[in-house]
Ligand binder design. Structure first.
Ligand code: OOG
Ligand code: MG
Length: 255
């Protein structure tokens, strides 16, 4: 028997203290389902400290991300208000283990989606879309993990930045996306890399969340997943994700 609460404390402490831990799977045989139970328990610890859930993130929704990490199953994690970094703000590397940035697209839900739905239904529930960046920061040493490990670790989610909201009607099917460090492109992709169309990430989120008994709520932000591989953050860089027709989201890493 594995102790879900005990392991949840270990991953939660690792995130809070920005201290790498060994993979859980090195010591315990855990299933993906148990990984999600650990994630849920670890997120409850955040809630107990006064954080609130403001959405969810989808992961491994592009080939580039699956190839980079060697995992080809879609995953999800929970986002709290405390994880939101204001567009343009500065972060400190000492608050992280080995953070990476990913160019993403965010959806803002105007209505709750409490059942699996079609792309058209999902789109009807969207209030706005925005260019976004996710800061992922695996709490595991060397950023190495199994599927169950990464799920337990809130799917590596650490922070997220959302740019100005744009019209939900924006055609997201094939928008150029450029992640740049100090103006130099480091990852270039297209929104089409996200499951062929980012709306599919939202329908997948709706299905998964409904199945988990935690349906997507009105007002929540849904992060669609990285369109390209993630890029390691360095001291002093200004990071920006420019999405064609949507604009920018960015932040700075202090020296
Ligand atoms: C897991 C998180 C993946 C994405 O956008 O695909 C993810 C990781 O790569 O550490 O957030
Ligand atoms: Mg991501």
């Amino acid at each position: 028997m594995i102790d879900i609460a005990k392991i949840a404390k270990v991953v939660d402490d690792a995130a809070r203290n920005a201290k790498a831990i060994p993979q859980i799977s090195a010591k315990h045989k855990i299933s993906v389902e148990q990984g999600y139970a650990i994630q849920s328990a670890a997120f409850s610890r955040r809630m107990a400290r006064g954080e609130t859930q403001v959405g969810i993130k989808m992961g491994f929704t592009s080939r580039a991300k699956m190839l980079q990490m060697g995992i080809d199953d879609m995953i999800w994690g929970r986002l709290s208000d405390n994880m939101l970094i204001e567009d343009g703000d500065e972060i400190n590397l000492s608050d992280y283990v080995h953070p990476r940035a990913e160019p993403e697209i965010a959806f803002l839900l105007g209505r709750t989606i409490n059942h699996p739905c079609t792309a058209a239904e999902a789109l009807a529930a969207v209030d706005a879309v925005a260019p976004a960046i996710e800061i992922i920061d695996s709490r595991y040493k060397n950023f190495k993990f199994s599927l169950a490990d990464v799920v337990a670790d809130n799917s590596s989610s650490s922070g997220f930045i959302v740019g100005s909201w744009a019209l939900a009607e924006t055609d997201l099917s094939n928008l150029g996306m450029i992640l740049d460090f100090n103006g130099r492109p480091v990852q270039i992709g297209s929104s089409a890399a996200i499951l062929g169309h980012p709306i599919r990430s939202l329908t997948a989120a709706a299905r998964i969340a409904a199945a988990a008994g935690e349906p997507l709520q009105a007002g929540w932000i849904i992060m669609a997943g990285g369109a390209t591989a993630a890029e390691s953050l360095k001291p002093g860089v200004t990071v920006r994700n420019s999405v064609q027709d949507l604009g920018f989201a960015g932040f700075k890493v202090s020296d």
